[in-house]
Design a protein. Sequence first.
Lengths: 193, 193
Amino acid sequence: MNIQPLIEHFKNYLPLGDEEIGELEKRASIRKVKRRQLILSEGDVCNCYTFVIEGCFKMYKVDEEGKEHNLQFAIENGWIADLGSFYSEKPSELYIEAMENSVVIQLKKEDMLFFFTNYHKFDRNFRVLVENAFIEMQRRVLQNISSTAEERYLDFLEKHPKLFNRISNVQIASYIGVTPEFLSKIRKEITSK
Amino acid sequence: MNIQPLIEHFKNYLPLGDEEIGELEKRASIRKVKRRQLILSEGDVCNCYTFVIEGCFKMYKVDEEGKEHNLQFAIENGWIADLGSFYSEKPSELYIEAMENSVVIQLKKEDMLFFFTNYHKFDRNFRVLVENAFIEMQRRVLQNISSTAEERYLDFLEKHPKLFNRISNVQIASYIGVTPEFLSKIRKEITSK
DNA sequence: CGAAAATTTGACATGACTCAACTGGAGTGG
DNA sequence: CCACTCCAGTTGAGTCATGTCAAATTTTCG
């Protein structure tokens, strides 16, 4: 197991040179994570970026009543981190949990800063990565303030075809912001059409 | 009127050097925009980044029923653009409208690409800018899927103290995703406490 | 000043949640 | 391989949050 998938991933942006790859090999750590294992817990500072080689993660908040609210999923070739906590170094309100047995590459904060400082390709690549994440998050806000739960569900299926047969409806419900019971009723409604 | 506010703005990040400032002076265009004037309309491609020197803007979508849904506000020293349309060069679904008589600096796409390509400080600065915008947008998604309208309203007041006495409740309602009538009832409820 | 927009109010409608119960499938330990 | 548990999914009844529509009033701005 090596960091090849990450190197490939960057070929979609500004591909890395040999020197950068060398540094990445030195600094990146590969880690196996079991299903249900947490890689970030509420109260901890998020001190690394995580790149998913294999498996599936969710990032969520637990409210005062103990209910989970899914903010993001990440599968193969996706990044996941609580950027707010990562940059402010304040305790996170979020959990990141493996939904399957997974393999990830992690980059610590000091390593990220090293790469940003020394190889401006990283500034470029992460600028573009974050821009894309921002655009998607903005789409989601727009949907939340302007669409019904049924529309949000149908949009989720359309926009995340790789996820909907891989995770439970409970997880999807939590992501689109409805209760599992209500999602069940929505699904019934849709099939009866 | 000159681009000084923008140069000052970048001092919060990696400050620009003389050469970069020179290029910026050559390429940036300063523009006055009257209240209610649109700087982006649905169907148009968003072809510039806009930096607000003075005034206030909203970016919103109009749904099939003609209702507006506010996605973002921008005041002094803020940026506004439909990044999705900007990078994909596809027609935007959004409007950007001045809520007051305003003054802005605009950077065309080709100029942005010029700066990104030639001065990597811009990659850095916009990476950080977009990261912060992303973190805020993520907070908002989390709130939309986990809080009541009253909580979202109170949070808006807390997080945007410079806006709430500057824009109407209709605009706030549209931003937090409720009808103006319902927001009025929320406000009544709050004052009666 | 006058028109347009913002705000408030009330009656009513509907979307979405809560709670409790039931079913069925997947994983686990004996 | 079976018995068991746990979790996902479904259903229904009742409730609460929020939307709709219409009207009256106030404020803002040209």
